[in-house]
Design a protein around this ligand. Structure first.
Ligand code: AP5
Ligand code: ZN
Length: 215
């Protein structure tokens, strides 16, 4: 399977992609995670991307499509993948068509997480993650089971993203509305878009996605 999780910042793309990865052996391809790793490692791409990401704007289409192609090449041809945060522009949607066709893959589903913008700022500003393994949490919606201890790896260190402040979130949402939402019709015309209520709790959203993938 090749699926896209599409939705604005904070819609729950990363949360759901990691569930599918751990429960169904699918591989999550998050351009946001790849770029953050590049920033952390100080690679040329990371140096170029950092300021753009901190401002909440979009990194260049060539960079992100290049990263996706490289990642796919490192996977077996029959590995199921979830694109998380990619494509985000019409040019990226075009590039993905080529990238998939070149590798004998086809897009099965585009799952749109439908959410109310007001809830997103709350979700994003409350988000934090394990500094060691990256597991995601939220100040109110998803606290570690034992306070201050990561459920997955037991670490006591957590971190927050530099772009998770209200002002940057507003810019990220504006970018989504202007550049990403307009690509939905491309996929709607192909009849592969399913809408999921992203306002439901995390388990219910997961159930709804599994129902689509199982159908
Ligand atoms: P990226 O990392 O992709 O960020 P984003 O799209 O803004 O998405 P988020 O990670 O903020 O949200 P999410 O939908 O994954 O939500 P999550 O599951 O964490 O991109 C960052 C930057 O990189 C971009 O701004 C851009 O600069 C650059 N970039 C990346 N890809 C690019 C591309 N293709 N082209 C150009 N530039 C690119 O959930 C959020 C919080 O809510 C969590 O705390 C979670 O626990 C909680 N939560 C999740 N689901 C629920 C629920 N159902 N109920 C209650 N709480 C929930
Ligand atoms: Zn951890």
């Amino acid at each position: 399977l090749n699926i896209i999780l599409l939705g604005p910042p904070g819609a729950g793309k990363g949360t759901q992609a990691s569930r599918l990865e751990s429960e169904h052996g699918m591989v999550q391809l998050s351009t946001g995670d790849m770029l953050r790793a590049a920033v952390k490692a100080g690679t040329p791409i990371g140096l170029q991307a950092k300021a753009v990401m901190d401002a909440g704007e979009l990194v260049s289409d060539e960079i992100v499509s290049g990263l996706i192609g490289e990642r796919l090449d490192a996977l077996g041809g029959d590995t199921s993948v979830i694109f998380d945060g990619y494509p985000r522009t019409a040019a990226q949607a075009d590039a993905l068509d080529t990238i998939l066709a070149d590798r004998g893959r086809k897009l099965d589903h585009v799952i749109e997480l439908v959410v109310e913008e007001d809830a997103l700022v709350d979700r994003i500003t409350g988000r934090f993650s394990c500094a060691k393994c990256g597991a995601g949490y939220h100040d109110r919606y998803k606290l570690p089971k034992v306070e201050g201890t990561c459920d997955v790896c037991g670490s006591h260190e957590f971190k927050r993203r530099p772009d998770d402040n209200e002002e940057t979130v507003r810019t990220r949402m504006a970018e989504y509305r202007a550049k990403t939402a307009p690509i939905l019709p491309i996929y709607e015309a192909r009849g592969i878009v399913s809408k999921v209520d992203g306002m439901a709790d995390i388990d219910h959203v997961n159930d709804a996605i599994e129902a689509i993938l199982g159908s």
